[in-house]
Design a protein around this ligand. Structure first.
Ligand code: NAD
Ligand code: GLY
Length: 351
């Protein structure tokens, strides 16, 4: 078992993160005597419904339809309605049991209901365990933009259990690897462990590396909880990654992040003073984790979608967080036409 405790800088919100086996059996104690709701999705309910009901027999469960397509205001308000119907009060708690989609919507609903109630995150995907359940970012997609409407709301507790990874399809493991490789770009120890590991999909290896990733992410969140500076590094690969997601590349979030890191590392090499050998190793890691074709998207649609990125500060320009050398990142801003040219160039190189 490993436990982390965080109070983000400038905030009174405290969050405890516990990595342990049989975490579901801890839920009852964590909820205590409070009224509660469990929010999940239909896939997770199918797999773990019985275990949830055993852990919290009297608590209502609401399951959304699974997937990013349902990460929208409609699902958020459906959940808020269930919370009201369940008679939740200010001292109630929402348990978000699922992947990053469930965690992001559940966290946002908890932040809005009666101006904020407690939230327990129980991440069931690799991506959610290493990234989305940690750090308090919550959101839904809106008007065609990823995570356009959201809030920072730290969960009071994150319960991380490696047993959930056993039922994950390989594609979902790959998604988590996207965020792990992203962390590895900045944390030398994570990078070295990934580079030395032959089978990146080995569950024992992954269970071992989850706490390290949480520790790395917390080291960033503690110093910059609201992404005014340092936390921007965690957006590595996400400008191009989110753009491909919106442009209908038919890849999941984590796969898009891996492709995004690949493209943005190549762009960094052309535009910035970089350690080329190191970026080459990072690209090789992305390619080992990916099984899809990193060039199967429409360049014009991808470039246009990148214009909607929240990191952009001026019209017609695209801002990216890019790796430059081990442990270091930089912001790269390109005019739209140049970004589109770069996307096309890297795509040609990768074909
Ligand atoms: P997801 O929540 O859609 O889960 C992926 C799929 O796995 C779903 O079909 C789900 O039903 C299924 N699933 C979940 N747990 C399972 C299990 N144990 N066994 C079998 N199947 C299971 O997607 P995700 O990849 O977990 O999360 C992606 C989302 O996270 C995106 O919306 C992204 O924007 C968000 N995100 C947020 C942050 C943050 O800081 N808040 C960080 C990274 C990503
Ligand atoms: N996943 C990026 C962040 O939490 O800042």
């Amino acid at each position: 078992m490993r436990t982390f405790s965080v109070t983000a800088k400038g905030s009174a919100e405290k969050c405890r993160i516990v990595c342990r086996a049989r975490a579901l059996s801890q839920l009852k104690e964590a909820v205590g005597g409070r009224s509660a709701i469990v929010f999940t999705d239909e896939n997770v309910l199918r797999l773990y419904g019985r275990a949830i009901r055993r852990a919290l027999p009297d608590v209502p469960v609401y399951a959304m339809r699974a997937g990013e397509n349902f990460k929208n205001p409609q699902t958020l308000f459906d959940l808020l309605q269930k919370m009201a119907e369940a008679g939740l009060k200010r001292n109630s708690v929402l348990v978000a049991l699922g992947g990053g989609v469930v965690g992001d919507i559940g966290g946002l609903a908890a932040s809005l209901y009666m101006r904020g109630i407690a939230c327990i995150q129980m991440p069931t995907t690799l991506l959610a365990q290493v990234d989305s359940s940690v750090g308090g970012k919550t959101a839904v997609d809106f008007c065609g933009v990823k995570n356009l409407v959201g809030a920072f709301h730290q969960p009071e507790l994150v319960l991380v259990d490696p047993a959930f990874l056993r039922t994950l399809p390989p594609r979902e493991i790959r998604c988590g690897l996207g965020e792990i490789v992203k962390h590895g770009a900045f944390d030398g120890e994570i990078f070295d462990r990934l580079a030395a590991q032959e089978d990146l999909f080995d569950l024992k290896f992954l269970a071992g590396i989850v706490p390290e990733n949480i520790a790395y992410k917390l080291s960033v969140v503690r110093r910059d909880p609201h992404e005014t500076g340092l936390r921007k590094c965690l957006n590595l690969g996400h400008t191009t990654g989110h753009a491909l997601e919106l442009a209908g590349a038919n890849l999941s979030h984590g796969e898009c992040v891996l492709v995004g890191v690949l493209y943005e590392a190549r762009m960094a090499r052309t535009h910035l003073d970089c350690d080329g050998e190191y970026l080459g190793r990072l690209e090789a890691l992305c390619r080992r984790a990916l099984s899809c074709d990193p060039a199967s998207f429409d360049v014009a649609a991808g470039a246009n979608a990148a214009l909607l990125d929240k990191k952009n500060t001026a019209a017609g320009r695209v801002v990216m967080t890019v790796p430059v050398r081990r442990g270091e990142y930089a912001m790269l801003e390109l005019p739209f036409a140049e970004y589109e040219r770069e996307l096309a160039r890297v795509r040609r190189e990768l074909c």
